[in-house]
Each structure stands twice: as structure tokens, then as C-alpha cells.
Design a protein around this ligand. Sequence first.
Ligand code: ADE
Ligand code: ZN
Length: 326
Amino acid sequence: MKTLIKQLPKAELHIHIEGSLEPELMFKLAQRNHIKLPFNSVEEAKQAYQFNDLQSFLNIYYQGANVLCCEEDFYDLTWHYLQKAKEQNICHTEIFFDPQTHTNRKVPFTVIITGISEALKAGKERLGISSHLILCFLRDLSVESAFETLNNAIKHSDKIKAIGLDSAEKNNPPSKFKPVFDQARAEGFLTVAHAGEEGEADYIWQAINLLKVSRIDHGVRCIDDPQLVNYLAEKQIPLTVCPLSNVKLKVFNSLEEHNLKLLLEQGLCITINSDDPAYFGGYLNENFMAIAEALNLTENDIKKMINNSFKASFLDSAEKEKLYIQ
Ligand code: ADE
Ligand code: ZN
């Protein structure tokens, strides 16, 4: 099973580029940019990666992102992830980035987008990995700040495929962002949103009905609402599920208790993803291997979820047809 998982080509649809910042690179960039880190060593950083919930993770994740200052830093970060993706036989990836984390520290939007996009271009040319970029609004910040960020995105719409919503979910419902998502869609962006990770099932309904999302990121709390589960199955609205993340952030107590097999059996379009691999102990293949073992998944389950990753992607239908596996 492990060999099969490693060998099969696959797409990743839920990866925060800032969450792929390995401590080794964090230390290198901190030194390059003369930034003091709250850890004395790579080992100390790794030991600090113990989380009680989403917020306790976000505090450390945003702190880590402080080392990203110039175009070269964003390039190096993205290139690192792409090399890892190549090793894992990821042939297509749809990457989130959180511009407000950086523009709030006075890093210009063009620096962020140029660094990431140049690396993605090199990823296509040198590694054969296709990609799309998804800009996420931080939902714990204001709608005004999201509108400002959207204005920046519009100036770079050739490089950005979709708009997403991430950060602290509780008390920050999708409804708060309806006006800015309306404008984003009018500008031609597709939309996705984190919903039902820690937040209630109703946030998933809001993301579908108000933000008109193409996919739900996480979405595992849909299980609390049988009507919603039926709707997700009927409409084949994909969930980008992140098993190791869910256990690290205590959404489930263990991988064995994860509900993705149940959802798969109910006909939902479930995909496997790594979320923030540098913080959660594994990239895409490690997520597949861990959940396959914990839930006794079959070869067919694995292949189904890999084909779901192509089906749920923002590639066009001709590109998808070339990727489906038997
Ligand atoms: N930003 C990075 N990872 C996230 C997650 N799992 N949930 C919400 N926001 C995030
Ligand atoms: Zn995420």
C-alpha cells in the first residue's frame, strides 16, 4: 500500500504555503533577514509544535511567517515545497497564501505574489508540476481589510485562480465576508472557504449558499447535519480533508476516530491534503499512509480519493481527463 501511495500521481488542493516553512528554512531566513526567533534551535522549534486547538497553532504559524520578508524568501519557500511535491509524485497543486500576514508587516503585495509566482513558473518548467494560486482572506481580520486585499488581487488576477477564507474559524462566520466574495466572483475569481473544521456545520451551509464556493476546506463537521451530508453527496461538492492536521489540532482525538471513511462511503467527494505539513508531521503521502493504516482503507479507496483530487481541482476538463488513474 505504501509503495502504491508513493508511486501514484496525485493532486494537492489544500496546502498553505506558509505552513510548508520547515524550521531549517525558518532559521536560514531569520539569519538572512536579521530576525530574532522565539526558539534557540530547530529541535526547540519542533518541540514547540504541540497544539491544543486551531488558535494555539495559528499563534505559532503567524510567528514563523515573520521571517518572510523579500521576494527571494517567498521564492525559496515555494521552491522548497515544490521539490517536496515532486518527490511525492504530486503532479498538480493548488496553493493557498495569506497576503495579510505579510502586508500587515509592511511587505508589499507585489513582493509576495512575484516570489511565489516565479517559483511556480519554475516548478512547471523544471519539475513538470502544474499549479494554481488561491489567495485567502484572514477571517479574524475585518471585511475592510479583505476588500483592500481583493483590490491587490485584482491587479494580479492573471496569477490568482481563486479566493479562499482561513484563520480562526469560531465566531468568524462566512456570512461576514459575503460582500467581498460577491465582488471577487464578479471579478472572475472562483471561491473556496475553510468551514466545519472547528466551526459548526452551519458555516458549511453559509460557505455554499452565501460565498458560492466550489469546494469546502476541511468540512468534517458536516457529519453533525445529515441533510448537509446528503446535499454534499448529491451536488458532489468536494471536501479537502487534512487527516494529520485534524489530529494535531484535536478536531479528532485520533486518526482511528476520523470520519472520512464514513463520508466516503456516503458518496462524498473526499480528497486528502496536508494543510500545513511543516507543522503537522507529514506531507501528502504521509497523510495518505497514516489514514490508510488507521482506517484500513482499500486500494480502491486510495485511488478514488486520488481521482477525486483531479476531479475537484481547478484544471479544465481536458487536463483532468489526462490525469485520471485506473
Ligand atoms: N491557516 C493555516 N492552516 C489553517 C487551518 N488548518 N485552518 C484555518 N486556517 C489555517
Ligand atoms: Zn487549511
